[in-house]
Write a protein that binds this ligand. Structure first.
Ligand code: SAM
Ligand code: SF4
Length: 341
């Protein structure tokens, strides 16, 4: 019996296992390179976005996700750009939410659309949601995002809390001299809201004239400061990814540290990324990729070429990334909004 959505026999126990024996069961799919914000570490002030025809259609996104799920992927994160500014993103999430073999559908958003969309997202099957907030000061928030309104995002967080996702996590990029003085404020906010928070080390992506070394905040230092302020209990929880978690004792809050610089997490990497152009990136910090869009478009009725390319890509997944802040040029000249954070 063939699976109706792909050419694979139903329940065939295929797993994506790379050349280093790591099982890939998690994909992060960027559904747009566009965004209503222009965060300083993520985008240039003036961005040229891709023409529509160069971006995967939502139908193509669903087809891709179905193929990956048939190959053993059990977790899908939808990201961008800002995924919720893409027209009909909800339809896509509903279609993915229906896939029986998928365990987890999760979303990363800047929160700007959550006030109106939180309930629909929950209904579509989104289980957990990450919301990026780097400052709780409205003027500074505007400076970092260039266009964002903090109030709107805060209302979005409240809406997300009301509809009751399994988990809500804030993502904050700390930058020295920009927002690092808000470390405790951000954690206290998360504790007061009974939600989690992760600190992401800024990654040197995309901007050739980067000054990241001067603003870089190491998570090693961030953890030390937090340990002197809060009773932190090391958590064994792992997403198989770059985050390491600590629970704040006697609260409902966990603090995560996503530390591409200070910790090498590559040995347990379980994920690949798909850009909004259908490029399968095997590592966030390396150029290795496979172009899936031509395979999708040239074979509208046949998933086998796509399946072969995905299986074949496992032999090329790099051992790890290489971010060196002292290098004159970023490791990868590619914005996170393109690859999907
Ligand atoms: N627009 C959504 C958002 O902001 O959450 C989803 C896409 S965004 C690219 C995903 C995450 O990537 C955000 O948490 C953002 O802070 C992070 N990010 C973007 N550029 C980064 C960089 N250069 N270094 C570290 N994190 C970055
Ligand atoms: Fe947009 Fe997210 Fe990038 Fe900020 S981090 S510019 S919100 S895609």
């Amino acid at each position: 019996m063939l699976n109706s959505s792909t050419n694979l026999p139903a329940k065939l126990p295929i797993n994506l296992i790379d050349q280093f024996g790591r099982t890939v069961d998690y994909i992060r799919l960027s559904i747009t390179d566009r965004c209503d914000f222009r965060c300083v570490y993520c985008m240039a002030e003036k961005m040229t976005f891709l023409p529509r025809e160069e971006v995967l259609s939502l139908e193509e996104c669903v087809r891709l996700v179905k193929v990956f799920v048939s190959l053993g992927v059990s977790k899908v994160r939808i990201t961008g750009g800002e995924p919720l500014v893409r027209k009909n993103a909800l339809w896509l999430l509903e279609e993915i939410g229906k896939l029986a073999r998928l365990n987890e559908l999760v979303l990363t958003t800047n929160g700007s659309q959550l006030e109106n969309q939180a309930q629909d997202l929950k209904n579509a099957g989104v289980k957990r949601i990450n919301i990026s907030v780097d400052s709780l000061d409205a003027a500074r928030f505007k400076k970092i995002t260039r266009t964002g309104e903090l109030d709107k995002v805060l209302r979005g967080i409240q809406a997300a809390k009301l509809v009751g996702f399994e988990n809500i996590k804030l993502n904050s990029v700390l930058m020295r001299g920009v927002n690092d003085d808000e470390l405790l404020t951000l954690v206290n906010f998360a504790i007061a809201q009974a939600i989690d928070i992760s600190f992401i080390e800024e990654m040197p992506l995309g901007d050739v004239n980067h000054t990241r070394e001067s603003t870089f905040c190491s998570n090693v230092d961030t953890l030390k400061i937090l340990q002197s302020e809060f009773p932190l209990v090391s958590s064994t929880e792992s997403t198989g990814g770059p985050a390491r978690y600590w629970r704040v004792a006697n609260t409902d809050t966990k603090i995560g540290f996503i530390s591409p610089h200070s910790h090498n997490f590559c040995e347990s990497c379980n994920r690949v990324r798909i850009s909004c152009k259908g490029e399968l990136y095997l590592c966030l910090g390396q150029e290795d990729k496979v172009d899936l869009m031509p395979l999708l478009r040239n074979n509208p009725e046949n998933d086998q070429p796509l399946i072969d390319a995905i299986l074949g890509s496992m032999a090329t997944k790099p051992k790890g990334h290489d971010f060196d802040l002292k290098r004159a040029e970023p490791a990868v000249i590619r914005f996170m909004s393109h690859t999907g954070g």
